[in-house]
Design a protein around this ligand. Structure first.
Ligand code: SF4
Length: 441
């Protein structure tokens, strides 16, 4: 990157995959001798790791770029990475002329070189190519969001073509990471004291496709389950059409696999699911939830749901409400549909007016709040094994997660981080629980 050192300011938008990539970016910049600053004016390099999943996410980035550009010093660099880089490519330079470097998710390794090349030539740099061989390994000593629970990438990209989604265009086709590389990272994390491992991929059920070795996701789960020191394993995201009995059996068999499952529903109407090209029906989805719960009765279930998809009628929205009432999700990510450029559904004319979509969103949210309050009320008085992750915002308090992935805040010292503690749940607010450590701990 030319001379070493300097300061960077990194802003991360969007999903867990982006947060994971940002950890890697921070590790690479640390290797270049750079340090982070929370103040953009102090930075030599400003980076935005962006998201394209919804229109709103892109607006946020362009508006931030406007503010940063207005205050940009002549010797400062602005780099834009992530999904917007892949999707908008050179258009980012046109819409935000103060941007110097555009790098896609597979070009992160080359970011320091791109920054160096820009400094040397003052010529804008762009690299948004997909790269099957993009290194999985992360720089030694790289940043991690937590000292207790780590995300580990197992695959990238997606071969599904849901009619509303840009991910296959922004992240490319599915590529699985070799199992020995995953195991080496997990073993290294366990040796450093990490207790929780979250396996990450756009569609983890497809893990193994295209690898020379014969392995699938249940096989990988069993391997990670054997790593000494690891206490809890979670994974995301699973596709309902690919969830099979083999995975359910491996979850039951793997004692460290936490009893929580994220299974995006998106819609409860079969016609809308068909238009979305999701590859399952509402009945098929419900059947998979029944099988999961039959095998693991205490499992918690979360999902993504989109309302206001083109052509969605009131009755079709009510189909979604019926599935929500039947499943009673422990947590839910609810969205208004947002047309994305280049996707089939963006061309469809039967747009649901925004006010109608928002009204459906509000109704679904109201129902979900009621369900969560009822579900969480059942937890009050129970003792949960909480993996403590560190200090909470409230002084004197720490936070952690139950096996079912509920966030719990309780009185304690930060030195409890990494320990699994019995905590009596005393109250809740929204999705979050409050508790008291059981005496004697
Ligand atoms: S499964 Fe569908 S929604 Fe999920 S990333 Fe792939 S294309 Fe997008």
């Amino acid at each position: 990157m030319g001379e070493k050192g300097g300061r960077y300011h990194l802003l991360t938008f969007g999903c867990q995959m982006n947060k994971y990539d940002s950890e890697k970016i921070e590790g690479l910049l640390a290797r270049e001798g750079m340090t982070a600053t929370a103040i953009p004016e102090e930075a030599d390099l400003i980076l935005l790791n962006t998201c394209s999943i919804r229109d709103k996410a892109e607006h946020k980035v362009f508006s931030k770029l406007g503010i940063l550009s207005a205050a940009k010093r002549a010797d400062q660099l602005i780099a834009v990475g992530g999904c917007m880089a892949s999707l908008r490519k050179e258009d980012i330079f046109r819409r935000a002329p103060m941007v110097d470097v555009v790098f896609g998710p597979d070009a992160i390794e080359r970011l320091p070189k791109m920054v160096g090349d820009f400094r040397a030539s003052r010529t804008r740099q762009i690299d948004v190519a997909f790269d099957d061989a993009a290194a999985w390994d992360r720089p030694e000593g790289g940043a991690r969001e937590s000292d207790v629970v780590a995300w580990v990438g197992i695959m990238k990209g997606c071969d599904n073509r849901c009619s509303y989604c840009v991910v296959p265009d922004t992240r490319g086709p599915e590529v699985s990471r070799p199992a020995d590389s995953i195991l080496a990272e997990v073993e290294g994390l366990a040796a450093k004291g990490y207790k929780g491992i979250n396996l990450l991929g756009q569609n983890v059920n497809s893990y193994g496709k295209g690898l020379a070795e014969s392995i699938d996701f249940p096989g990988l789960l069993r391997m990670v389950d054997k790593v000494e020191g690891v206490e809890r394993i979670r994974f995301m995201t699973s596709h309902p059409k690919d969830l099979n009995d083999g995975l359910i059996a491996s979850m039951v068999e793997c004692k460290k696999a936490a009893p929580s499952f994220h299974l995006p529903l998106q819609a409860g109407s079969d016609r809308i699911l068909g238009l979305m090209r999701r590859g399952y029906t509402a009945a098929g989805y419900l059947e998979k939830i029944r099988r999961l719960r039959a095998a693991a009765p205490h499992i918690t279930v979360s999902a993504d749901i989109m309302v206001g998809f083109p052509g969605e009628t009131e009755d079709e929205f009510l189909d979604t409400i019926r599935v929500m009432e039947e499943v009673r999700f422990d947590s839910l990510f609810l969205f208004n549909y947002s047309p994305r450029p280049g996707t089939p559904s963006a061309e469809w004319q039967d747009v649901v007016p925004r006010a109608v979509s928002q009204e459906r969103f509000d109704r679904a949210m109201l129902l979900q709040r009621k369900i969560v309050a009822q579900n969480n009320a059942l937890l009050v008085g129970t003792v949960q094994q909480v993996l403590c992750e560190g200090a909470a915002q409230r002084p004197g308090a720490v936070f952690g997660r139950t096996p079912g992935n509920h966030l719990v805040v309780f009185e304690g010292y930060p030195s409890l981080a990494g320990r699994t503690l019995p905590v009596t749940i005393t109250s809740f607010s929204g999705y979050n629980l409050a508790g008291t450590m059981v005496c004697g701990e």
